[in-house]
Design a protein around this ligand. Structure first.
Ligand code: HEM
Ligand SMILES: *[C@@H]1O[C@H](CO)[C@@H](O)[C@H](O)[C@H]1NC(C)=O
Ligand SMILES: *[C@@H]1O[C@H](CO)[C@@H](O)[C@H](O)[C@H]1NC(C)=O
Length: 340
């Protein structure tokens, strides 16, 4: 019990701390003279009013188009959020995942279940008509992920803008994104390399409160878990039975949150207590002593989760962004680098 209270306290403390740092950076960016820009970290050049003068319609267009697509197909909300993660995970949030040609990240085997590209293309087409060559694909994807979160019932947050689009995308780098078989040490290392911490790991994994997985991503847990000849012992036996029935083929789909698959809530965390986390990485957050206190805190305090989710998503969107004048470009078509 003591440990639990301590964790809640710690957690609140971290949330407050992160909120302070976030607003601190925003404030400095606005008040600083241009000369000091050089000493700022790249994400320090992002700002929420970046397009206010050059394309004030941008955010409105993005939210309208996302909302129209999600109304037609509600599964697109999760797909767009995941697409943003896969973008930021490789070469930072630079829209490298959107480049569409043989040998690009998007063409890799690991990217085969990514969806939602047509939504971003639709947004880009409409924005180009209003403000040509002004709004980057990386910014569009970041704002679309925020809007998709809201449509699924999640929190709102202000998106800082000003990312540029990268010119490089390499198929084998798609393999860097975690697959669902990693241990917590591996996941933490992956997050830390991108400036994200243990709290961000537990918080952002909460995206798995919506969306689906193909059976291929957890099949190893069902029959012969890491060579033991038995299923993963951290799987609830009824859930195991259900999964065996559902998974006839590798590409069959299963909800990541078995209880409330379409609602952005904290059931993802309470599921872990019941041993019904779908991916091995999900269930590990509960069993590892480094992450378990945060799972506890979110499972019992939904508000803590939603406010931290907003904070961690801003951090995810800031990963290795291209913001200097000589870096990247504003792509005209999200599928291709300009001028080829
Ligand atoms: C912590 C490491 C993570 C691992 C190991 C992981 C792994 C996975 C896997 C294996 C799938 C299913 C893919 C498939 O088989 O079709 C998936 C789906 C998904 N992931 Fe993650 N993920 C991680 C982090 C994240 C983060 C940080 C986000 C967003 C901020 C995210 C958002 C999603 C969403 C929304 C889906 C559902 C996609 C859909 O329904 O189309 N994941 N993830
Ligand atoms: C966890 O994964 C890392 C690589 O990411 C590996 O070096 C380590 O041996 C793994 N630990 C365990 C206990 O399996
Ligand atoms: C296999 O699973 C067991 C039980 O969960 C775990 O302790 C062990 O580290 C795993 N081995 C490997 C090589 O991942």
């Amino acid at each position: 019990m003591k440990i639990f209270h301590l964790s809640v306290f710690l957690n609140l403390f971290v949330v407050v701390l992160e909120l302070c740092t976030a607003s601190g950076v925003a404030a400095t960016t606005q008040n600083l003279p241009k000369k000091s820009a050089k000493s700022l970290p790249p994400e320090g050049l992002l700002s929420t009013d970046h397009y206010h003068r050059t394309c004030s319609e941008a955010e409105g267009i993005i939210s309208q188009v996302v909302s129209a697509w999600v109304k037609k197909d509600s599964t697109l909300a999760a797909a767009i959020i995941r697409l943003h993660f896969h973008d930021c995970a490789v070469r930072g949030c630079d829209a490298s995942i959107l480049l569409n040609y043989p040998g690009s990240e998007r063409s890799a085997f690991e990217s085969r279940t990514l969806r939602g590209f047509q939504v971003i293309d639709d947004i880009k087409g409409q924005i180009e008509k209003k403000c040509p060559r002004t709004v980057s694909c990386a910014d569009i994807l970041t704002a679309a992920a925020r809007d998709a979160t809201i449509l699924a019932g999640g929190p709102f947050w202000e998106v800082p803008f000003g990312r540029k689009d990268g010119k490089v995308s390499i198929a084998r780098e798609a393999n860097l994104v975690p697959h669902g078989h990693e241990n917590i040490t591996g996941l933490l290392q992956f997050f830390q390399e991108r400036g994200l911490d243990i709290l961000d790991l537990v918080t952002l994994s909460g995206s798995h409160t919506i969306g689906r997985s193909t059976c291929s991503s957890f099949m190893d847990r069902l029959y012969n878990f890491n060579g033991t000849g038995k299923p993963d012992p951290s799987l609830n036996i009824f859930y195991l039975k259900m999964l065996k029935k559902r998974c006839k083929r590798e590409l069959d789909l299963v909800h990541l949150d078995v209880i409330t698959p379409r609602t952005f809530d904290t059931t993802y965390y309470t599921n872990l207590h019941k041993k019904v986390g779908l991916l091995s990485t999900d269930q590990s957050l509960f069993s590892d002593a480094r992450t378990a206190p945060f799972v506890e805190a979110f499972a019992s305090q939904p508000f803590l989760f939603t406010s931290q989710f907003a904070t961690s998503m801003v951090k995810l969107g800031n990963v290795q962004v291209l913001t200097r004048p000589n870096e990247g470009e504003i792509r005209v078509n999200c599928n291709f680098v300009n001028g080829v």
